[in-house]
Design a protein around this ligand. Structure first.
Ligand SMILES: [Fe+2]
Length: 281
């Protein structure tokens, strides 16, 4: 176990979309971030620039980086070949760990981090009946199959994969006696965690904004183990929201394309602050 008491949290950096001088300024600021580790909730860059951006981020931060990938990290090729490309980049970047459900990273007594990339489910809101185009339709090879039905099945399969992986991780963590679990993933697992200005994301967008199968897994576990406190960190929507359901809380962080930044540095006490019965913000 390594100890971490201050945690830098970032998501949706989209370094491929920012101006080079903006990226340089952001990277240059990382050395001064007062944190022991960084958690990155996906969408660092695109496929073509992933290796370079991850290597620079890891080098400039200079402390462990724990990450999951977002859909945008896959843009520019097939998902399968992106897996190989990302794995190489993660290996070469140094002190970087990619969570795939099978690791429990213990950072303090009784506190652990688990996670998985996650994917939008294609079934929330209007599901396949949404008139909206699939995000990244022209960017991800598997979506360019000419059959919308198949593309939605791919989304749902990836969503279920993340739910199963996180279920494995959470059970492992509980077996180790961990009672405060941080779950890192890219896509919010509940519709209520996609709120913006008081209302949830539209039914048209929800198939691409929510990972409901993961939400079901998390909710089931949280009800079975009221003694375990779970905090989920995610991004993807670019809209900040916080949702609390008993011993389960979800924080959706608002990344901004073109303006990469570390969202915040938090202590464990701040992350696991006491929760109300049900609240949305
Ligand atoms: Fe995303």
């Amino acid at each position: 176990m390594f100890t971490a008491s201050k945690i830098a949290i970032a998501t949706d950096l989209h370094l491929d979309k920012a101006r080079p001088e903006t990226v340089a300024t952001f990277l240059g600021s990382l050395g001064g971030v007062q944190a022991d580790i960084m958690l990155l909730a996906g969408d660092l860059s695109n496929r073509a620039n992933y290796s370079e951006h991850l290597a620079l981020l890891a080098r400039e931060f200079g402390r462990p980086v724990i990450l999951v990938r977002g859909n945008h990290d896959f843009f520019g090729g097939s998902m399968i070949s992106a897996d190989a490309c990302h794995a190489r980049a993660i290996d070469e970047a140094g002190d970087v760990m990619h969570l795939n459900g099978d690791q429990v990273v213990e950072i303090a007594d009784g506190v652990g981090i688990i996670g998985h990339d996650g994917w939008y489910d294609g079934i929330s809101g209007l599901g396949i009946a949404t008139p909206n185009e699939i995000p990244g339709l022209m960017e991800i090879t598997e979506y360019r199959n000419g059959n919308r039905d198949i593309s939605f099945k791919i989304m749902l399969a990836r969503s279920h994969e993340s739910a199963e992986a996180i279920a494995r991780g959470i059970v492992q963590a509980a077996r180790k006696g961990i009672t405060r679990i941080i779950v890192l993933t890219h896509v919010p697992p509940f519709v209520e965690a996609t709120r913006y200005n008081g209302s949830v994301t539209s039914d048209e967008l929800l198939p691409f904004f929510c990972n409901a199968p993961l939400g079901e897994v998390l909710l089931a576990f949280s009800r079975e183990r009221p003694d375990v406190r779970i905090h989920i960190l995610c991004g993807h929507t670019h809209r900040a929201s916080r949702m609390v359901l008993g011993n389960l809380s979800v924080e959706t962080l608002a990344g901004k394309s073109g303006a990469p930044r570390v969202d915040r540095v938090s202590t464990l006490e701040e992350i696991f602050q006491p929760v109300a019965a049900v609240s949305y913000a």
